[in-house]
Design a binder for this molecule. Structure first.
Ligand SMILES: [Zn+2]
Length: 275
């Protein structure tokens, strides 16, 4: 199994390692600002699930199998890191941002939605971005790890792949953000990754709790499948992760500018000197 596995995916693993090495990651840099810009959006970034804390994964399920090479994705941990990365990039782009769940305790869906609505009540610029990884039914999947968790090795054995980006059912401002900004940027950034579109629109629609119970514009992105090994290689690759959060950040910056154009507001204001 191991040699067959290595032979099959060795090339892909090496390619991903090389792209990781040449990736220039700017996270952690301090970029001084010359002028304070007023952003027209206040982005609330939400990691879709609770992370690992105190030696325990705080979310039930929501993980990949342990693959033959030891790789395993915990959705809550991976999305926590992506959310932090996106938050940092938005700060750098001078888009107002709040990271919704930086806690060491679980945050229920109700608590998340209540918090978003509370912030939206006092700040109508608020919009929500919820980050997730996808999963498919694995009853017929051929791979089983030592804990009995199943998965697919690639699309060749039935594994699902790609990106889905959701809004609530029906046309709202969320569809504008999703179809005209987020999805085009993701498609431009990842032309080789399958984009799983909706029936009539680019974005998919579903009545997910965080999409229907929040009063603000809200988009939920499912980035790659944890149940497919070849997708997990992408999820765990720092170059892909960096490009993913870069693409969302670019989309939000363009959306922010479009909001300024629509409202006819100036998008910059002079730097106030505060003693
Ligand atoms: Zn999820």
């Amino acid at each position: 199994m191991r040699t067959q596995f290595t032979r099959k995916f060795g090339g892909a693993i090496i390619a991903l390692l090389v792209t990781s090495l040449i990736a220039i990651v700017s996270i952690g840099d301090y970029t001084p600002i010359k002028e304070i810009k007023a952003s027209n959006s206040h982005v609330i970034v939400c990691s879709g699930h609770d992370p690992v804390f105190n030696g325990e994964y705080m979310t039930y399920g929501k993980q990949s199998p342990t693959w033959e090479d030891g790789l395993k994705i915990y959705e809550g941990r991976s999305c926590q890191l992506l959310a932090l990365e996106l938050t940092e990039k938005l700060i750098d782009a001078q888009i107002d941002v709040t990271y919704l769940n930086p806690y060491s305790h679980k945050l229920s869906l109700l608590e998340r939605v209540t918090e978003v609505n509370k912030i939206f009540k006092i700040d109508k610029r608020v919009l929500l971005i919820s980050l997730h990884h996808n999963a498919q039914q694995t009853k017929t999947a051929p791979y089983i790890d030592k804990y009995g968790q199943k998965g697919y090795l690639s699309t060749a054995d039935g594994g699902a792949t790609g990106i889905e980006s959701y809004t609530s059912v029906g046309y709202t401002e969320s569809d504008n953000l999703n179809n005209n900004f987020i999805i085009p940027e993701l498609q431009k950034e990842f032309p080789d990754i399958k984009f799983r579109t909706g029936h009539k629109t680019l974005g998919k629609e579903a009545n997910f709790y965080v999409l229907t119970q929040t009063n603000c514009t809200a988009v939920l992105i499912e980035w790659m499948f944890m149940t497919t090994y070849t997708d997990c290689l992408i999820i765990s690759n720092s170059d892909y992760r960096n490009r993913y959060t870069d693409a969302i950040c670019r989309a939000l910056v363009s959306y922010d500018k479009s909001r300024a154009i629509r409202s006819g507001k100036s998008i910059t204001k002079p730097l106030d000197i505060v003693a």
